[in-house]
Ligand binder design. Structure first.
Ligand code: AMP
Length: 561
Protein backbone atom coordinates (compact mmCIF):
# COMPACT_ATOMS: atom_id res chain seq x y z
CA UNK A 1 0.00 0.00 0.00
CA UNK A 2 0.94 3.56 -0.23
CA UNK A 3 3.54 4.34 2.37
CA UNK A 4 3.23 6.99 5.01
CA UNK A 5 5.88 8.24 7.35
CA UNK A 6 5.41 7.13 10.93
CA UNK A 7 3.17 9.56 12.74
CA UNK A 8 5.13 12.39 14.13
CA UNK A 9 2.32 13.32 16.42
CA UNK A 10 0.27 15.38 14.03
CA UNK A 11 -3.24 14.38 13.18
CA UNK A 12 -2.53 12.39 10.13
CA UNK A 13 -4.85 10.18 8.14
CA UNK A 14 -3.48 6.99 6.74
CA UNK A 15 -2.69 7.72 3.14
CA UNK A 16 -4.78 6.00 0.51
CA UNK A 17 -4.16 5.23 -3.10
CA UNK A 18 -6.76 7.57 -4.48
CA UNK A 19 -6.66 9.97 -1.60
CA UNK A 20 -10.43 9.79 -1.20
CA UNK A 21 -11.36 6.44 0.32
CA UNK A 22 -10.51 7.08 3.92
CA UNK A 23 -13.79 5.92 5.41
CA UNK A 24 -16.18 3.13 4.63
CA UNK A 25 -18.78 5.59 3.44
CA UNK A 26 -16.32 6.95 0.85
CA UNK A 27 -16.18 3.52 -0.71
CA UNK A 28 -19.65 3.59 -2.21
CA UNK A 29 -21.25 0.85 -0.15
CA UNK A 30 -24.97 0.82 0.61
CA UNK A 31 -26.25 1.83 4.07
CA UNK A 32 -27.05 -1.73 5.15
CA UNK A 33 -23.41 -2.71 4.68
CA UNK A 34 -22.13 0.46 6.33
CA UNK A 35 -24.34 -0.30 9.32
CA UNK A 36 -22.98 -3.84 9.48
CA UNK A 37 -19.33 -2.78 9.57
CA UNK A 38 -20.10 -0.05 12.10
CA UNK A 39 -21.92 -2.55 14.31
CA UNK A 40 -18.85 -4.78 14.21
CA UNK A 41 -16.76 -1.85 15.42
CA UNK A 42 -14.70 -1.40 12.24
CA UNK A 43 -13.69 2.25 12.25
CA UNK A 44 -12.08 2.53 8.84
CA UNK A 45 -11.23 0.30 5.92
CA UNK A 46 -7.93 -1.54 6.02
CA UNK A 47 -5.51 -0.76 3.17
CA UNK A 48 -6.53 -3.81 1.17
CA UNK A 49 -10.19 -2.88 1.56
CA UNK A 50 -9.51 0.69 0.53
CA UNK A 51 -7.87 -0.46 -2.66
CA UNK A 52 -9.97 -3.47 -3.55
CA UNK A 53 -13.52 -2.37 -2.84
CA UNK A 54 -13.92 0.53 -5.32
CA UNK A 55 -12.75 -1.39 -8.42
CA UNK A 56 -14.70 -4.47 -7.38
CA UNK A 57 -17.83 -2.36 -7.09
CA UNK A 58 -17.41 -1.26 -10.70
CA UNK A 59 -17.28 -4.88 -11.79
CA UNK A 60 -13.54 -5.16 -12.43
CA UNK A 61 -11.74 -8.46 -11.95
CA UNK A 62 -9.12 -8.34 -9.26
CA UNK A 63 -5.93 -10.07 -8.22
CA UNK A 64 -4.94 -9.39 -4.62
CA UNK A 65 -1.78 -10.48 -2.93
CA UNK A 66 -2.69 -10.47 0.72
CA UNK A 67 -2.30 -12.76 3.70
CA UNK A 68 -4.61 -13.47 6.60
CA UNK A 69 -4.90 -10.53 8.95
CA UNK A 70 -5.12 -7.87 6.26
CA UNK A 71 -8.92 -7.75 6.26
CA UNK A 72 -9.08 -9.48 2.86
CA UNK A 73 -12.34 -11.28 3.64
CA UNK A 74 -14.31 -8.05 3.94
CA UNK A 75 -12.37 -6.69 0.94
CA UNK A 76 -14.15 -9.17 -1.32
CA UNK A 77 -17.24 -9.92 0.78
CA UNK A 78 -18.56 -6.34 0.93
CA UNK A 79 -18.47 -5.72 -2.84
CA UNK A 80 -19.92 -9.17 -3.49
CA UNK A 81 -22.80 -8.36 -1.14
CA UNK A 82 -23.23 -4.95 -2.73
CA UNK A 83 -23.43 -6.32 -6.25
CA UNK A 84 -25.52 -9.45 -6.07
CA UNK A 85 -29.30 -9.64 -5.85
CA UNK A 86 -30.49 -10.80 -2.44
CA UNK A 87 -33.11 -13.32 -1.49
CA UNK A 88 -33.29 -14.14 -5.22
CA UNK A 89 -36.12 -16.24 -6.51
CA UNK A 90 -34.21 -19.11 -8.08
CA UNK A 91 -32.06 -21.71 -6.35
CA UNK A 92 -28.90 -20.70 -8.22
CA UNK A 93 -26.32 -18.75 -6.24
CA UNK A 94 -25.11 -15.39 -7.53
CA UNK A 95 -21.70 -15.66 -5.87
CA UNK A 96 -19.32 -18.51 -5.21
CA UNK A 97 -16.31 -18.29 -2.90
CA UNK A 98 -13.80 -21.14 -3.06
CA UNK A 99 -11.58 -21.68 -0.03
CA UNK A 100 -9.02 -24.37 0.84
CA UNK A 101 -10.34 -25.68 4.17
CA UNK A 102 -13.58 -26.27 5.94
CA UNK A 103 -12.49 -23.98 8.78
CA UNK A 104 -12.07 -21.15 6.31
CA UNK A 105 -15.39 -22.03 4.65
CA UNK A 106 -17.12 -21.64 7.99
CA UNK A 107 -15.22 -18.49 8.87
CA UNK A 108 -15.85 -16.75 5.54
CA UNK A 109 -19.49 -17.70 5.48
CA UNK A 110 -19.97 -16.44 9.03
CA UNK A 111 -18.34 -13.15 8.06
CA UNK A 112 -20.53 -12.82 4.95
CA UNK A 113 -23.60 -13.68 6.95
CA UNK A 114 -22.78 -10.95 9.47
CA UNK A 115 -22.07 -8.33 6.80
CA UNK A 116 -25.19 -9.28 4.84
CA UNK A 117 -27.60 -9.69 7.73
CA UNK A 118 -29.60 -6.55 6.97
CA UNK A 119 -29.78 -7.47 3.31
CA UNK A 120 -31.16 -10.88 4.14
CA UNK A 121 -28.35 -12.58 2.25
CA UNK A 122 -28.53 -16.35 2.31
CA UNK A 123 -25.01 -17.72 2.70
CA UNK A 124 -24.22 -21.42 2.71
CA UNK A 125 -20.90 -23.07 3.52
CA UNK A 126 -20.36 -26.43 1.85
CA UNK A 127 -17.40 -28.62 2.58
CA UNK A 128 -16.38 -32.23 2.78
CA UNK A 129 -17.03 -34.01 6.03
CA UNK A 130 -20.43 -32.42 6.53
CA UNK A 131 -23.51 -34.56 5.77
CA UNK A 132 -24.36 -33.93 2.15
CA UNK A 133 -28.10 -34.24 2.77
CA UNK A 134 -28.18 -31.04 4.77
CA UNK A 135 -26.32 -29.24 2.02
CA UNK A 136 -28.69 -30.63 -0.61
CA UNK A 137 -31.68 -29.35 1.29
CA UNK A 138 -30.20 -25.89 1.73
CA UNK A 139 -29.13 -25.68 -1.90
CA UNK A 140 -32.56 -26.72 -3.12
CA UNK A 141 -34.08 -24.04 -0.95
CA UNK A 142 -32.05 -21.37 -2.71
CA UNK A 143 -28.95 -19.47 -1.62
CA UNK A 144 -27.29 -16.23 -2.67
CA UNK A 145 -23.70 -17.03 -1.78
CA UNK A 146 -22.00 -20.41 -1.59
CA UNK A 147 -18.69 -20.68 0.23
CA UNK A 148 -17.15 -24.02 -0.62
CA UNK A 149 -14.08 -26.18 -0.65
CA UNK A 150 -13.34 -27.16 -4.26
CA UNK A 151 -13.81 -30.91 -3.89
CA UNK A 152 -17.28 -30.66 -2.41
CA UNK A 153 -18.31 -27.88 -4.81
CA UNK A 154 -17.37 -30.08 -7.77
CA UNK A 155 -19.27 -32.95 -6.22
CA UNK A 156 -22.44 -30.85 -6.13
CA UNK A 157 -21.88 -29.53 -9.63
CA UNK A 158 -21.61 -33.14 -10.83
CA UNK A 159 -24.86 -34.07 -9.09
CA UNK A 160 -26.59 -31.06 -10.60
CA UNK A 161 -27.32 -29.70 -7.13
CA UNK A 162 -25.04 -26.67 -7.47
CA UNK A 163 -25.87 -24.71 -10.59
CA UNK A 164 -23.58 -21.93 -11.64
CA UNK A 165 -25.31 -20.55 -14.72
CA UNK A 166 -26.58 -17.48 -12.84
CA UNK A 167 -23.26 -16.83 -11.17
CA UNK A 168 -22.14 -13.20 -11.21
CA UNK A 169 -19.00 -13.33 -9.09
CA UNK A 170 -16.47 -16.07 -8.40
CA UNK A 171 -13.89 -15.57 -5.66
CA UNK A 172 -10.83 -17.73 -5.07
CA UNK A 173 -9.58 -17.14 -1.54
CA UNK A 174 -6.12 -18.35 -0.48
CA UNK A 175 -5.60 -19.64 -3.99
CA UNK A 176 -2.01 -20.73 -3.32
CA UNK A 177 -3.19 -22.91 -0.44
CA UNK A 178 -5.79 -24.51 -2.67
CA UNK A 179 -3.13 -25.33 -5.26
CA UNK A 180 -0.87 -26.77 -2.56
CA UNK A 181 -3.68 -29.06 -1.60
CA UNK A 182 -3.95 -30.38 -5.12
CA UNK A 183 -7.16 -28.59 -6.03
CA UNK A 184 -5.91 -26.92 -9.25
CA UNK A 185 -7.89 -29.12 -11.61
CA UNK A 186 -11.02 -28.96 -9.51
CA UNK A 187 -10.86 -25.17 -9.47
CA UNK A 188 -10.43 -25.04 -13.21
CA UNK A 189 -13.35 -27.38 -13.73
CA UNK A 190 -15.50 -25.21 -11.47
CA UNK A 191 -14.52 -21.98 -13.19
CA UNK A 192 -15.16 -23.57 -16.57
CA UNK A 193 -18.72 -24.20 -15.40
CA UNK A 194 -19.36 -20.50 -14.68
CA UNK A 195 -20.70 -17.94 -17.18
CA UNK A 196 -18.03 -16.14 -19.23
CA UNK A 197 -19.16 -12.68 -18.20
CA UNK A 198 -18.96 -13.30 -14.44
CA UNK A 199 -16.60 -11.19 -12.37
CA UNK A 200 -13.57 -13.01 -10.95
CA UNK A 201 -11.52 -12.24 -7.86
CA UNK A 202 -8.42 -14.07 -6.74
CA UNK A 203 -6.62 -13.62 -3.43
CA UNK A 204 -3.36 -15.34 -2.69
CA UNK A 205 -0.56 -14.74 -0.20
CA UNK A 206 2.05 -15.80 -2.76
CA UNK A 207 2.08 -15.72 -6.54
CA UNK A 208 3.61 -18.93 -7.87
CA UNK A 209 3.62 -19.40 -11.68
CA UNK A 210 0.59 -21.68 -11.55
CA UNK A 211 -1.45 -18.83 -10.07
CA UNK A 212 -0.26 -16.46 -12.77
CA UNK A 213 -1.38 -19.05 -15.31
CA UNK A 214 -4.81 -19.22 -13.73
CA UNK A 215 -5.03 -15.45 -13.65
CA UNK A 216 -4.26 -15.26 -17.38
CA UNK A 217 -6.89 -17.84 -18.13
CA UNK A 218 -9.74 -16.73 -15.89
CA UNK A 219 -9.33 -13.05 -15.02
CA UNK A 220 -9.97 -10.26 -17.48
CA UNK A 221 -7.58 -7.32 -17.23
CA UNK A 222 -7.55 -7.57 -13.45
CA UNK A 223 -6.69 -4.75 -11.08
CA UNK A 224 -3.62 -5.94 -9.20
CA UNK A 225 -3.08 -5.02 -5.59
CA UNK A 226 -0.37 -5.93 -3.22
CA UNK A 227 0.11 -4.81 0.33
CA UNK A 228 3.81 -5.37 0.55
CA UNK A 229 5.20 -2.10 -0.63
CA UNK A 230 7.74 -0.77 1.83
CA UNK A 231 6.34 2.11 3.83
CA UNK A 232 8.24 5.35 3.61
CA UNK A 233 10.38 5.66 6.68
CA UNK A 234 10.86 1.91 7.02
CA UNK A 235 14.19 1.15 8.53
CA UNK A 236 14.19 4.31 10.59
CA UNK A 237 13.18 2.89 13.90
CA UNK A 238 16.40 1.42 15.27
CA UNK A 239 15.61 2.28 18.86
CA UNK A 240 12.56 0.12 19.09
CA UNK A 241 12.95 -3.37 20.50
CA UNK A 242 10.51 -5.39 18.45
CA UNK A 243 9.16 -8.72 19.55
CA UNK A 244 6.18 -10.94 18.89
CA UNK A 245 4.39 -13.71 20.72
CA UNK A 246 2.44 -16.40 18.90
CA UNK A 247 -0.69 -17.31 20.84
CA UNK A 248 -4.06 -18.80 20.07
CA UNK A 249 -6.90 -16.29 20.17
CA UNK A 250 -8.44 -17.81 23.29
CA UNK A 251 -5.23 -17.27 25.26
CA UNK A 252 -4.55 -13.72 24.15
CA UNK A 253 -5.94 -11.87 27.18
CA UNK A 254 -4.01 -14.06 29.62
CA UNK A 255 -0.86 -13.86 27.50
CA UNK A 256 -1.06 -10.07 27.28
CA UNK A 257 -1.54 -9.81 31.04
CA UNK A 258 1.54 -11.89 31.62
CA UNK A 259 3.66 -10.02 29.10
CA UNK A 260 2.66 -6.73 30.68
CA UNK A 261 3.49 -8.11 34.13
CA UNK A 262 6.99 -8.98 32.97
CA UNK A 263 7.56 -5.86 30.87
CA UNK A 264 6.10 -3.54 33.52
CA UNK A 265 5.61 -0.60 31.12
CA UNK A 266 5.23 2.80 32.70
CA UNK A 267 2.93 4.01 29.92
CA UNK A 268 1.70 1.83 27.11
CA UNK A 269 -0.73 1.90 24.26
CA UNK A 270 -2.42 -1.33 23.21
CA UNK A 271 -3.84 -1.35 19.68
CA UNK A 272 -6.94 -3.35 18.79
CA UNK A 273 -8.76 -3.75 15.50
CA UNK A 274 -12.28 -2.88 16.51
CA UNK A 275 -14.20 -0.82 19.05
CA UNK A 276 -15.74 -3.94 20.48
CA UNK A 277 -12.29 -5.39 21.08
CA UNK A 278 -11.15 -2.16 22.73
CA UNK A 279 -14.03 -2.23 25.21
CA UNK A 280 -13.65 -5.89 25.97
CA UNK A 281 -9.90 -5.79 26.46
CA UNK A 282 -10.08 -2.69 28.65
CA UNK A 283 -12.44 -4.52 30.93
CA UNK A 284 -10.23 -7.61 31.07
CA UNK A 285 -7.13 -5.59 31.84
CA UNK A 286 -8.88 -3.64 34.57
CA UNK A 287 -9.98 -6.96 36.00
CA UNK A 288 -6.31 -7.93 36.17
CA UNK A 289 -5.46 -4.86 38.16
CA UNK A 290 -4.21 -2.56 35.41
CA UNK A 291 -5.49 0.94 35.12
CA UNK A 292 -6.55 0.76 31.49
CA UNK A 293 -8.58 3.34 29.60
CA UNK A 294 -10.40 2.81 26.28
CA UNK A 295 -9.96 5.17 23.38
CA UNK A 296 -11.94 4.76 20.18
CA UNK A 297 -13.63 6.72 17.45
CA UNK A 298 -17.03 6.43 19.11
CA UNK A 299 -15.93 8.73 21.93
CA UNK A 300 -16.35 12.48 22.04
CA UNK A 301 -13.33 14.77 21.96
CA UNK A 302 -13.97 15.62 25.58
CA UNK A 303 -13.92 11.97 26.65
CA UNK A 304 -10.73 11.43 24.72
CA UNK A 305 -9.06 14.45 26.30
CA UNK A 306 -9.96 13.07 29.70
CA UNK A 307 -8.35 9.72 28.90
CA UNK A 308 -5.19 11.41 27.70
CA UNK A 309 -5.05 13.55 30.83
CA UNK A 310 -5.25 10.41 32.97
CA UNK A 311 -2.33 8.84 31.16
CA UNK A 312 -0.26 12.00 31.38
CA UNK A 313 -1.18 12.44 35.03
CA UNK A 314 -0.15 8.83 35.62
CA UNK A 315 -3.55 7.78 36.93
CA UNK A 316 -3.75 5.37 34.00
CA UNK A 317 -1.03 2.92 32.90
CA UNK A 318 -2.49 1.76 29.64
CA UNK A 319 -4.54 3.07 26.80
CA UNK A 320 -6.41 0.54 24.71
CA UNK A 321 -7.12 2.12 21.34
CA UNK A 322 -8.07 1.68 17.72
CA UNK A 323 -5.80 3.17 15.05
CA UNK A 324 -8.30 5.86 14.22
CA UNK A 325 -8.65 7.06 17.79
CA UNK A 326 -4.92 7.04 18.43
CA UNK A 327 -4.09 9.02 15.33
CA UNK A 328 -2.59 12.33 16.23
CA UNK A 329 -1.83 11.35 19.80
CA UNK A 330 1.54 12.40 20.98
CA UNK A 331 2.44 10.88 24.28
CA UNK A 332 5.89 11.81 25.43
CA UNK A 333 6.26 9.23 28.17
CA UNK A 334 5.08 6.25 26.11
CA UNK A 335 7.42 3.28 26.62
CA UNK A 336 5.53 0.42 24.98
CA UNK A 337 3.34 -0.11 21.95
CA UNK A 338 1.42 -3.36 21.92
CA UNK A 339 -0.32 -4.74 18.85
CA UNK A 340 -3.05 -6.94 20.26
CA UNK A 341 -3.53 -8.16 16.67
CA UNK A 342 -1.11 -8.08 13.79
CA UNK A 343 -1.73 -4.76 12.00
CA UNK A 344 -3.50 -4.99 8.66
CA UNK A 345 -0.52 -3.68 6.65
CA UNK A 346 3.18 -3.00 7.17
CA UNK A 347 2.73 0.76 7.13
CA UNK A 348 0.14 0.54 9.92
CA UNK A 349 2.79 -1.32 11.92
CA UNK A 350 5.44 1.30 11.25
CA UNK A 351 2.97 4.04 12.05
CA UNK A 352 2.09 2.48 15.40
CA UNK A 353 5.58 1.72 16.58
CA UNK A 354 6.80 5.14 15.53
CA UNK A 355 5.16 6.38 18.73
CA UNK A 356 7.94 5.03 20.91
CA UNK A 357 11.70 5.12 20.70
CA UNK A 358 11.79 8.86 20.27
CA UNK A 359 14.37 11.32 21.42
CA UNK A 360 17.03 8.69 21.86
CA UNK A 361 15.07 6.58 24.34
CA UNK A 362 14.54 2.89 23.72
CA UNK A 363 10.96 1.92 23.05
CA UNK A 364 9.39 -1.49 22.98
CA UNK A 365 6.98 -2.82 20.37
CA UNK A 366 5.17 -6.04 21.14
CA UNK A 367 2.92 -7.91 18.74
CA UNK A 368 0.54 -10.72 19.56
CA UNK A 369 -0.02 -12.92 16.54
CA UNK A 370 -2.27 -15.88 16.04
CA UNK A 371 -0.59 -18.88 14.45
CA UNK A 372 -2.39 -18.16 11.17
CA UNK A 373 -0.92 -14.69 11.08
CA UNK A 374 2.74 -15.62 11.11
CA UNK A 375 2.99 -14.91 7.42
CA UNK A 376 1.92 -11.32 7.99
CA UNK A 377 4.67 -10.97 10.59
CA UNK A 378 7.19 -12.16 8.01
CA UNK A 379 5.85 -9.63 5.52
CA UNK A 380 6.23 -6.84 8.04
CA UNK A 381 9.78 -7.94 8.80
CA UNK A 382 10.65 -8.02 5.14
CA UNK A 383 9.24 -4.65 4.19
CA UNK A 384 10.41 -2.80 7.27
CA UNK A 385 13.84 -4.42 7.14
CA UNK A 386 13.74 -5.10 10.87
CA UNK A 387 13.74 -8.42 12.58
CA UNK A 388 10.90 -9.14 14.97
CA UNK A 389 12.11 -11.53 17.63
CA UNK A 390 9.67 -14.30 18.42
CA UNK A 391 9.51 -14.67 22.19
CA UNK A 392 8.03 -17.28 24.43
CA UNK A 393 5.02 -16.15 26.46
CA UNK A 394 6.22 -15.91 30.07
CA UNK A 395 5.33 -19.05 31.98
CA UNK A 396 3.77 -19.12 35.42
CA UNK A 397 7.25 -19.81 36.77
CA UNK A 398 8.70 -16.79 34.92
CA UNK A 399 5.98 -14.64 36.35
CA UNK A 400 6.56 -15.84 39.89
CA UNK A 401 10.27 -15.23 39.51
CA UNK A 402 9.57 -11.75 38.23
CA UNK A 403 7.22 -11.01 41.14
CA UNK A 404 9.76 -12.23 43.66
CA UNK A 405 12.30 -9.99 42.00
CA UNK A 406 9.95 -7.04 42.44
CA UNK A 407 9.56 -7.89 46.11
CA UNK A 408 13.32 -8.18 46.52
CA UNK A 409 13.78 -4.80 44.90
CA UNK A 410 11.10 -3.24 47.12
CA UNK A 411 12.78 -4.64 50.24
CA UNK A 412 16.19 -3.49 49.09
CA UNK A 413 14.86 0.00 48.63
CA UNK A 414 13.36 -0.03 52.11
CA UNK A 415 16.64 -1.25 53.58
CA UNK A 416 18.55 1.50 51.81
CA UNK A 417 16.07 4.10 52.95
CA UNK A 418 16.80 3.14 56.56
CA UNK A 419 14.57 4.58 59.28
CA UNK A 420 13.63 1.09 60.48
CA UNK A 421 14.25 1.46 64.20
CA UNK A 422 10.65 1.89 65.18
CA UNK A 423 9.86 -1.61 63.94
CA UNK A 424 12.44 -3.19 66.21
CA UNK A 425 9.87 -3.77 68.99
CA UNK A 426 8.02 -6.17 66.70
CA UNK A 427 11.21 -8.06 65.97
CA UNK A 428 12.20 -8.18 69.63
CA UNK A 429 8.77 -9.42 70.65
CA UNK A 430 8.95 -12.29 68.16
CA UNK A 431 12.60 -13.23 68.42
CA UNK A 432 12.18 -15.00 71.76
CA UNK A 433 9.98 -17.55 70.16
CA UNK A 434 11.14 -17.58 66.47
CA UNK A 435 14.35 -17.63 64.57
CA UNK A 436 15.23 -14.23 63.03
CA UNK A 437 15.42 -15.72 59.55
CA UNK A 438 11.93 -17.14 59.96
CA UNK A 439 10.64 -13.75 61.01
CA UNK A 440 12.34 -12.14 58.03
CA UNK A 441 10.70 -14.68 55.69
CA UNK A 442 7.29 -13.95 57.14
CA UNK A 443 7.89 -10.24 56.57
CA UNK A 444 8.96 -10.96 52.97
CA UNK A 445 5.76 -12.92 52.44
CA UNK A 446 3.66 -10.04 53.70
CA UNK A 447 5.49 -7.59 51.47
CA UNK A 448 5.20 -9.90 48.51
CA UNK A 449 1.47 -10.31 48.88
CA UNK A 450 0.99 -6.61 49.40
CA UNK A 451 3.05 -5.53 46.39
CA UNK A 452 2.27 -8.18 43.82
CA UNK A 453 -1.05 -9.71 44.85
CA UNK A 454 -1.65 -13.38 45.12
CA UNK A 455 0.04 -15.78 42.70
CA UNK A 456 -2.66 -18.38 42.98
CA UNK A 457 -4.99 -16.74 40.47
CA UNK A 458 -2.60 -17.15 37.59
CA UNK A 459 -1.68 -20.73 37.21
CA UNK A 460 -3.36 -21.31 33.86
CA UNK A 461 -0.77 -22.63 31.43
CA UNK A 462 -0.71 -20.91 28.06
CA UNK A 463 0.24 -23.49 25.46
CA UNK A 464 3.39 -22.75 23.58
CA UNK A 465 2.92 -22.51 19.85
CA UNK A 466 5.77 -22.74 17.41
CA UNK A 467 5.99 -19.49 15.52
CA UNK A 468 7.39 -20.95 12.38
CA UNK A 469 6.07 -24.20 11.05
CA UNK A 470 9.62 -25.28 10.23
CA UNK A 471 11.26 -24.61 13.60
CA UNK A 472 11.90 -27.98 15.20
CA UNK A 473 10.82 -28.47 18.78
CA UNK A 474 11.23 -31.32 21.19
CA UNK A 475 8.01 -33.03 22.03
CA UNK A 476 7.08 -32.54 25.64
CA UNK A 477 5.56 -35.73 26.87
CA UNK A 478 3.23 -36.32 29.74
CA UNK A 479 1.99 -32.76 29.71
CA UNK A 480 -1.44 -32.72 31.20
CA UNK A 481 -4.31 -31.43 29.07
CA UNK A 482 -2.06 -31.59 26.02
CA UNK A 483 -3.34 -29.52 23.11
CA UNK A 484 -3.66 -31.14 19.77
CA UNK A 485 -2.64 -29.74 16.42
CA UNK A 486 -3.50 -30.99 12.96
CA UNK A 487 -1.08 -31.91 10.23
CA UNK A 488 -1.85 -31.86 6.52
CA UNK A 489 -0.36 -34.57 4.31
CA UNK A 490 -0.83 -34.13 0.58
CA UNK A 491 -1.66 -37.76 -0.16
CA UNK A 492 -4.94 -39.53 0.47
CA UNK A 493 -7.17 -42.33 -0.65
CA UNK A 494 -6.27 -41.97 -4.30
CA UNK A 495 -2.64 -42.66 -3.32
CA UNK A 496 -3.93 -45.68 -1.34
CA UNK A 497 -3.07 -44.07 1.96
CA UNK A 498 -4.37 -45.92 5.02
CA UNK A 499 -4.34 -44.86 8.68
CA UNK A 500 -1.79 -47.57 9.40
CA UNK A 501 0.63 -46.03 6.88
CA UNK A 502 0.43 -42.69 8.64
CA UNK A 503 0.76 -44.13 12.12
CA UNK A 504 3.68 -46.28 10.92
CA UNK A 505 5.46 -43.30 9.38
CA UNK A 506 5.01 -41.13 12.47
CA UNK A 507 5.98 -43.71 15.06
CA UNK A 508 8.84 -44.90 12.86
CA UNK A 509 10.34 -41.46 12.25
CA UNK A 510 9.66 -39.71 15.56
CA UNK A 511 9.55 -40.48 19.23
CA UNK A 512 5.77 -40.36 19.36
CA UNK A 513 3.93 -43.53 20.22
CA UNK A 514 0.73 -44.62 18.52
CA UNK A 515 -1.24 -43.58 21.58
CA UNK A 516 -0.17 -39.98 21.17
CA UNK A 517 -1.60 -39.77 17.66
CA UNK A 518 -5.15 -38.44 17.56
CA UNK A 519 -7.85 -38.51 14.90
CA UNK A 520 -6.86 -39.41 11.34
CA UNK A 521 -9.00 -38.29 8.40
CA UNK A 522 -8.24 -39.55 4.94
CA UNK A 523 -9.93 -37.94 1.95
CA UNK A 524 -9.29 -38.48 -1.72
CA UNK A 525 -6.31 -36.24 -2.15
CA UNK A 526 -5.01 -35.57 1.31
CA UNK A 527 -5.00 -36.74 4.90
CA UNK A 528 -5.24 -34.91 8.20
CA UNK A 529 -3.62 -36.28 11.33
CA UNK A 530 -3.87 -34.92 14.86
CA UNK A 531 -0.71 -34.94 16.96
CA UNK A 532 0.24 -33.16 20.21
CA UNK A 533 0.75 -29.43 19.63
CA UNK A 534 4.13 -29.62 21.36
CA UNK A 535 5.37 -32.26 18.93
CA UNK A 536 3.91 -31.20 15.60
CA UNK A 537 6.93 -29.28 14.37
CA UNK A 538 9.27 -32.13 15.08
CA UNK A 539 6.90 -34.57 13.41
CA UNK A 540 6.68 -32.40 10.30
CA UNK A 541 10.45 -32.05 10.04
CA UNK A 542 10.94 -35.79 10.52
CA UNK A 543 8.28 -36.80 8.01
CA UNK A 544 9.59 -34.39 5.40
CA UNK A 545 12.96 -36.08 5.69
CA UNK A 546 11.55 -39.51 4.83
CA UNK A 547 8.93 -40.89 2.49
CA UNK A 548 5.39 -42.17 3.02
CA UNK A 549 4.41 -45.07 0.80
CA UNK A 550 7.48 -44.32 -1.27
CA UNK A 551 6.40 -40.73 -1.97
CA UNK A 552 7.25 -37.31 -0.66
CA UNK A 553 3.87 -35.59 -0.29
CA UNK A 554 3.43 -32.02 0.95
CA UNK A 555 3.49 -32.08 4.76
CA UNK A 556 2.61 -29.10 6.85
CA UNK A 557 0.56 -27.80 9.71
CA UNK A 558 -3.11 -27.65 8.77
CA UNK A 559 -4.05 -23.99 8.67
CA UNK A 560 -7.39 -24.30 10.37
CA UNK A 561 -5.90 -24.96 13.82
P1 AMP B 1 -8.97 -11.32 7.49
O1 AMP B 1 -7.63 -10.84 7.01
O2 AMP B 1 -10.05 -11.17 6.46
O3 AMP B 1 -8.88 -12.72 8.05
O4 AMP B 1 -9.45 -10.35 8.68
C1 AMP B 1 -8.74 -10.27 9.87
C2 AMP B 1 -9.59 -9.70 11.01
O5 AMP B 1 -9.74 -8.29 10.86
C3 AMP B 1 -10.97 -10.26 11.16
O6 AMP B 1 -11.15 -10.57 12.52
C4 AMP B 1 -11.90 -9.13 10.76
O7 AMP B 1 -13.10 -9.16 11.50
C5 AMP B 1 -11.08 -7.91 11.11
N1 AMP B 1 -11.33 -6.76 10.22
C6 AMP B 1 -11.54 -6.78 8.88
N2 AMP B 1 -11.68 -5.53 8.40
C7 AMP B 1 -11.56 -4.69 9.45
C8 AMP B 1 -11.60 -3.25 9.59
N3 AMP B 1 -11.80 -2.46 8.56
N4 AMP B 1 -11.43 -2.75 10.83
C9 AMP B 1 -11.22 -3.57 11.89
N5 AMP B 1 -11.16 -4.91 11.83
C10 AMP B 1 -11.33 -5.47 10.62
Amino acid sequence: MRGGAPAAGKDQRAPSLSGVSDTFSDLGLRPELLDAVAALGYEEPTPIQREAIPPLLTGRDLLGQAATGTGKTAAFALPVLERIPHGGSGPEPAALVLVPTRELAVQVSEAMHKYGRKLGTRVLPIYGGQPIVRQLRALAHGVDVVVATPGRALDHIGRGTLKLDKLRIAVLDEADEMLDMGFAEDIEAILDATPDERQAVLFSATMPPRIEQMVRRYLRDPVRIQIERAPAGAGEAPLVRQSAYVVARAHKPAALGRILDVEAPSAAIVFCRTRAEVDQLTETLNGRGYRAEPLHGGMSQEQRDRVMARLRGETADLIVATDVAARGLDIEQLTHVVNYDVPSAPDAYVHRIGRVGRAGREGVAITLAEPREHRMLKTIERVTGHKIAIERVPTVADLRARRLEMTRAALEETLLDGDLERYRVVLDALSDEFDVVEIALAAVKLTHEATTGNDADDDEEIPEIAARPDSPQRPRRGASRERVARMFIGAGRSAKMRPADLVGAITGETRLSGREIGAIEISDRFSLVEVPESAIDEVIVALRRGTIKGKKPTIRRDKGR
